[in-house]
Design a protein around this ligand. Structure first.
Ligand SMILES: C[S@@+](CC[C@H](N)C(=O)[O-])C[C@H]1O[C@@H](n2cnc3c(N)ncnc32)[C@H](O)[C@@H]1O
Length: 246
């Protein structure tokens, strides 16, 4: 039969498209992958909106269950509901590739994503370099710091780890980068570095704040999920926009 990757949209059920709802309703087996991002609605609320029962995939569920999912997709119409845009995480594109190689029909329903929502900061998407993420276990992890360095003069989006409903906040991300700076002493990320903190984009209570690290760390951000942007070289229009977010 077929495998559909269905985007739920950025923040809550109001972000789901009509196309996504229609596609989900046609599925015989529906999974919900909720370990890569935050969604403001519960599984039960999503089930009610779609009108079908849905199975939650555990963490690393897609990797561990890919064989099972592919096998089911040979016989049934299988759908996987993904928070944000379905193809913004590489795991999902691997599953799609596997399905293609097994000659299973695939369908992708695109959706809103943090990867484009960050343009609300006024920073141009075209001026971003590689995306990186900061894990909770980051003692020996230098990649995010190095990505910021390699990306210059482009901007860097740092996605923050989440585990079992525990979301890393932007302050922890800043502390992590300052710690690496302390070791490396490359003046890449200091108290004077300009940063942008984005909280709960797409919600009615979203927060976007720009400023120097030393000013941002005086503030408390209690809306989740959060991500951090380290801007590179600014176009005058971007600069003007960030001024309004200080
Ligand atoms: C691995 S990404 C998943 C992205 C998702 N598939 C999408 O397309 O939006 C999850 C991380 O993105 C960031 N993020 C996701 N949604 C967000 C939001 N609404 N506001 C701010 N940051 C968000 C957080 O750092 C979160 O831990």
């Amino acid at each position: 039969m077929s495998l559909s990757l269905i985007s739920l949209g950025l923040y809550d059920l109001r972000d789901i498209s009509k196309k996504a709802l229609d596609e989900a309703r046609l599925c015989n087996i529906l999974y919900f992958e909720d370990y890569t991002s935050y969604y403001d609605n519960s599984l039960e609320e999503i089930e009610k909106a779609i009108g079908l029962s849905i199975e939650r995939l555990s963490r690393e569920g897609i990797e561990n269950n890919s064989e099972k999912i592919i096998k089911e997709a040979k016989q049934h119409k299988v759908g996987i509901l993904v928070i944000g845009d379905a193809l913004s995480a590489t795991t999902h594109s691997s599953l799609l590739l596997e399905a293609k190689q097994k000659r299973i029909k695939i369908k992708v329903i695109h959706g809103s994503s943090i990867l484009t929502a960050i343009s609300e900061t006024g920073l141009f998407l075209y001026n971003f370099g590689k995306i990186t993420s900061i894990p909770f276990e980051n003692k020996e992890i230098y990649e995010p710091y190095e990505v910021i360095k390699r990306n210059k003069p482009l901007h860097t989006l740092l996605l923050l780890d989440l585990k079992d409903k525990n979301y890393m906040n932007a302050r922890e991300a800043i502390d992590y980068l300052l710690r690496i700076e302390e070791e490396r002493k490359e003046k890449l990320f200091t108290e004077d570095t300009l940063c942008v903190i984005c909280c709960a984009l797409g919600s009615d209570n979203s927060i976007i704040k720009a400023g120097k690290v030393k000013d941002l760390i005086k503030l408390t951000f209690d809306k989740y999920p959060q991500c951090l942007i380290v801007p590179g070289k600014l176009h005058f229009h971007e600069e003007e926009f960030l001024e309004t977010l200080k």
